[in-house]
Design a protein around this ligand. Structure first.
Ligand SMILES: Nc1nc2c(ncn2[C@@H]2O[C@H](COP(=O)(O)OP(=O)(O)OP(=O)(O)O)[C@@H](O)[C@H]2O)c(=O)[nH]1
Ligand SMILES: [Mg+2]
Length: 405
């Protein structure tokens, strides 16, 4: 079960006031003692992500959150953090203590959830304490609440079934990585340079997932280093349909791959799979409009150990300044959040986003779009830098048209 990468599982988040029993509910659903429970209000302070299997649905990510009624300066920060979870939530559960009064907090979050178009399941907890009053919630909030007790387990099976049923109607399917571009027996040649930046003993996630997607669509994978590329192309010349390369090797191999073979990169495939390729290509075009001293945000979704020559710290800033012919200023963000106020940035350069889900990446792209801030990702940008973007977009006519406009 832990072979399904987290970003590809449906994300189910539980919201509610402090002490409603959110953490207890996670334990009850999973039948494990994994979330910290206590009678002290505000026990869960940060969103907690748990990958697990819940039957009858399958692998999911359950997200435990801090209470939406938290107070004080720190409390408000926690509430904000809880709300950012909605950016990657596929299905929301609103949990209410059966003794709750004054449903203002709940009304507020229902509005936000509705606005984002996220499906919602309402749950009343602690029904072991009292049996009445459930109808009161149904009518006030206009939701058909499921009564449960996280303590005794009552109603939990019904809730799981409801989750599975709701999940059926949600489009969790992410678009194909490469599968929609190939037919059975098409040969896809992968170029994977094994250099200092390559992790020891394994491939990285975008490579693994692309190879798997080719298999899922009955294609044929050949995987080589850049050093073996030329000979390999000679061997399979007429059979190869697409060469997929690590973006950083683009410049090195572009002349080796004949023009009648498609050439693209994992990052460009991911730009489409994770986000919106067209918008990112639009962002790349804006590089030329950057002006002296403009501030650029470089945003990475993981917090990997930075090495010398790191792409986000060193290469992207250097290339960006070369391409725009200006001295620029940079700020970096990493992890699951990006700065709330983007207005001071003239451009956002985002990583491929292999550690976040499509929803989250799309929400970042939308945020940039709303603020009229061009956003590009590493792959599209590096394609531009090495002057192969035009060619790499041959597979994607709409994006190519934007690029050439
Ligand atoms: N009687 C009863 N008590 C419950 C039930 N579910 C949770 N509790 C109790 O309610 C208290 C709060 O439970 P938590 O699961 O920590 O609540 P939470 O919503 O995660 O709280 P925060 O993390 O502080 O926001 C604990 O003392 C639990 O034992 C239930 O179904 N019945
Ligand atoms: Mg908790």
């Amino acid at each position: 079960m832990n072979n399904t990468p987290r970003a590809n599982r449906p994300h189910i988040a539980i919201f509610g006031r402090r002490n409603a029993g959110k953490s207890s509910l996670i334990n009850a659903i999973t039948n494990q003692d994994i979330a910290l429970v206590s009678e002290t209000k505000g026990t869960t302070t940060d969103p907690v992500y748990k990958s697990m299997e819940i039957l009858p649905l399958g692998p999911v990510v359950l997200i435990d959150t801090a209470g939406i009624d938290d107070e004080g300066e720190l409390g408000e920060l926690r509430v904000k953090k809880t709300l950012t979870v909605l950016d990657k939530t596929d299905l929301a559960i609103l949990l209410i203590d059966v003794h709750a009064e004054n449903l203002g907090f709940e009304e507020e979050i229902i509005k936000i959830i509705d606005k984002k178009g996220i499906p919602l399941i309402g749950v009343i907890n602690k029904i072991d304490l009292t049996e009445n009053e459930i109808d009161k919630y149904n009518s006030t909030l206009n939701i058909n609440f499921i009564p449960v007790s996280a303590k005794t387990g009552e109603g939990i099976t019904e809730l799981k079934n409801k989750i599975a049923k709701k999940a059926e109607n949600i489009d969790f399917e992410e678009p194909a990585i490469i599968g929609d571009l190939i037919n059975r027996f098409d040969v896809i040649l992968h170029v994977v340079p094994i250099d200092d930046a390559a992790p020891k003993g394994r491939l990285i996630l975008p490579q693994v997932q692309t190879i798997r997607d080719v298999l899922d669509h009955n294609g044929i994978n050949i995987v080589v280093q850049d050093t073996e590329l030329e000979e390999t192309i000679k061997m399979f010349r007429d059979k190869i349909k697409i060469v997929v390369t690590d973006s950083q090797a683009f410049g090195k191999i572009r002349d080796i791959v004949p023009n009648d073979i498609y050439l693209t990169s994992y990052s460009i495939l991911y730009a489409r799979y994770k986000g919106e390729l067209n918008e990112l290509v639009r962002g790349a075009k804006a590089v030329k409009s950057l002006e002296e001293n403009d501030l650029v945000l470089i945003s990475e979704s993981c917090t990997h150990h930075r090495q010398k020559g790191d792409i986000g710290r060193d290469k992207i800033p250097r290339f960006l300044q070369e391409l725009s012919n200006n001295k620029l200023n940079f700020e970096w963000s990493s992890g699951t959040t990006i700065p709330n106020d983007l207005s001071k940035y003239s451009m956002i350069v985002h990583c491929g986003g292999c550690m976040i889900n499509r929803k989250q990446m799309l929400s970042r792209i939308n945020k940039a779009k709303e603020g009229n801030i061009p956003i590009v990702n590493y792959g599209v940008f590096l394609g531009m830098k090495f002057e192969v973007l035009d060619r790499a977009l041959d597979l994607f006519p709409e994006a190519k048209e934007i690029w050439n406009k």
